[in-house]
Ligand binder design. Structure first.
Ligand SMILES: NC(=O)c1ccc[n+]([C@@H]2O[C@H](COP(=O)([O-])OP(=O)(O)OC[C@H]3O[C@@H](n4cnc5c(N)ncnc54)[C@H](O)[C@@H]3O)[C@@H](O)[C@H]2O)c1
Length: 258
């Protein structure tokens, strides 16, 4: 059974690898046996995390990358293959949200969210997919969100509309690439987490009105923890999910079905 989920001899790249979720996923993938690439705009954080992962006996490469920049994305993939010898798993995880009232959202806000959460995913995946296809296949895991398919009306009147649009796009992109690359043995899937305890959601957790609204909508009655995402990610990165493609895996304490 352990061989089914083993990532020994796999090379896994995590974008936004220094953030709350990315850090946990990188550690989890390394625990399952993978060598790791941390791609983030925060090189200091990426270097520190790499040092920690190397103490686990894995190789780890930190690459300063702005995934909204095409040149950075191309350099990331070529540096990965030149340094570690391949690329088998891509976790598109870097993302952002802007919480404002609907009438306050500016064109720049829209571009910032969509550029990072959707455009960056597309160009990095297309580039990484070429490398995977040349080497017999691979796995792409896209971090979407519960907000892709559920609407949460923030009690303060703030909107998640640009974020929801970007994450809905991630699910559609996942489905399109899954079909496009099925014959190349590249499986592409999304994970939709509920609210997870990270720096991105700390302000929501600290606000009793918002916190109660979220907990009230969640059958299991709690925020998610980063550890809740590790098992689903390792499953989608491993041989255990070889016939699973184009799906959306909800990790949401039952919110999406309640
Ligand atoms: N935290 C949640 O509750 C939650 C819920 C659902 C989905 N998600 C999604 O999970 C992913 C990770 O969220 P998180 O909570 O860990 O966020 P986070 O803010 O803690 O981390 C984001 C990371 O992305 C990096 N980053 C920002 N811009 C970048 C860029 N242009 N290029 C490369 N890296 C960049 C940041 O430096 C940071 O390390 C996001 O896609 C988010 O939308 C989060």
């Amino acid at each position: 059974m352990s061989a089914l989920f083993s990532l020994v001899d796999r090379i896994a790249l995590v974008t936004g690898g220094c953030g709350g979720i990315g850090r946990g996923l990188a550690r989890g993938l390394a625990e399952a046996g993978a060598d790791i690439v941390i791609a983030d705009i925060d090189l200091t954080g990426a270097d520190e995390l790499c040092a920690e992962i190397e103490t686990m006996g894995r190789r780890c490469l930190a690459v300063k990358t702005d995934i909204t920049q095409i040149e950075d994305v191309e350099r990331l993939v070529s540096t990965t293959t030149a340094t570690l010898g391949g690329l088998h798993v891509l976790v598109n995880n870097a993302g952002t949200n802007i919480r404002k009232r609907l009438d306050e959202v500016t064109p720049d806000d829209w571009d910032r969210v969509l550029d990072l959460n959707l455009k960056g995913y597309f160009f990095l995946t297309r580039h990484a997919g070429q490398t995977m296809a040349e080497n017999g296949g691979g796995k792409v895991i896209n971090m979407a969100s519960l907000m892709a398919t559920s609407v949460f009306r923030n009690p303060h009147g703030q909107t998640y509309a640009p974020y929801s649009a970007s994450k809905g796009g991630v699910i559609s992109l996942t489905r399109a690439l899954a079909v496009e690359w099925a014959a190349k043995n590249i499986q592409v899937n999304s994970i939709c987490p509920t609210f997870i305890e990270t720096p991105l959601t700390q302000r929501l957790k600290d606000d009793p009105v918002v916190f109660d609204a979220i907990i009230g909508r969640t059958p299991m009655g709690r925020f998610g923890r980063v550890d809740d995402l590790v098992g689903p990610c390792v499953f989608l990165a491993s041989r255990a999910s070889d016939l699973v493609t184009g799906t959306t895996l909800y990790v949401d304490g039952g919110w999406s079905v309640s």
